[in-house]
Design a protein around this ligand. Sequence first.
Ligand code: TXA
Ligand code: MG
Length: 333
Amino acid sequence: MPRVLPVDPRAPDPAIVREAARVLAEGGLVALPTETVYGLGALGTDAAAVARVFAAKGRPATHALILHVDGVAMARSLVASWPESADRLAASLWPGPLTLILPRSARVPDAVTGGGATVAVRAPSHPVALAVIRALGAPIAAPSANRYQTVSPTRAEHVVRSLGDAVDLVLDAGPAEHGLESTVVDLAGTTPRVLRPGALDLASLRRVLPDVAWDGPTVVEAGVRASPGTDLRHYSPAGRVVFVQNARDLERALASRGPGEVAFVIARELAPGEGTRGRRLPADPAGYGAALYDALHAADEERASLVIVEDVPEGDAWWAVRDRLRRAGGAGA
Ligand code: TXA
Ligand code: MG
């Protein structure tokens, strides 16, 4: 069991914030709450600490990490150029669930970028994450705090179960607000482009940057220099995932269970069915997104070998939920 310290998400105890910053400054790993999911943090300027993050997650070294900053000044210290689009986005949407990809500066260790020419920066809005970055006075490199290719953590318990003693300290501030990862926008190319749909919705993004490109559900989440297809199985529960459209499909899926096979139903409008394990999630995309990973974790805890998901609507409001569900099913984008 790692050390777990409860912390008030609205008014973090300064002594706990200092302790987290101390562990990070000494090269340790701290799991931190953010408004999206829990992150596995390391001092972003310390290549050895960053290497421990990859080892703890079992993540390939080419999959670059996000540097979490306390605002524009720290972000600018990590990049080689800061375009006007970054200024506009940061001014209206930071701190918040938006990650920007920019050309890196020499100050960023290769371990963070996977050797690539760009770096991901994001200012989280969670008071605990922001306070720890400020206390540290340096960026925190943090991927989601889970083993590679498993479901991201929205609660401290998920972190402990996934990473155990590989993390030195866990700050427990209760369930994450958004429950889905940040939206990633590439500003390093000729046109701004969404690389990963996320907790910041497309409409809010386009209000600030109308010309941002999104290739829709065919986009493959960009690991830096990752070959296409390597990331298709991601955010996955242990069981096989099947999608159903209606009550008839659901009945059929349940009937397809082998002897002793445990099914877990993630429903929206359908009733999960008599005596069936499962959860009914909120009908709106934000509420659904906030509850989805917790439901996938619950399916794993129940040792479900079949996870039946009622399909979600088309349309931009559901972009991040649809993306994560497809990946949970291993079907790719
Ligand atoms: O909400 C979030 O973004 C959470 C919290 C902890 O901040 N973090 C998170 O990190 O989801 P991670 O490592 O699980 O996902 C980071 C994403 C990956 O898809 C990675 O490929 C992409 O950002 N990324 C990081 N650096 C990149 C770069 N230089 N170029 C392109 N994509 C990059
Ligand atoms: Mg992740």
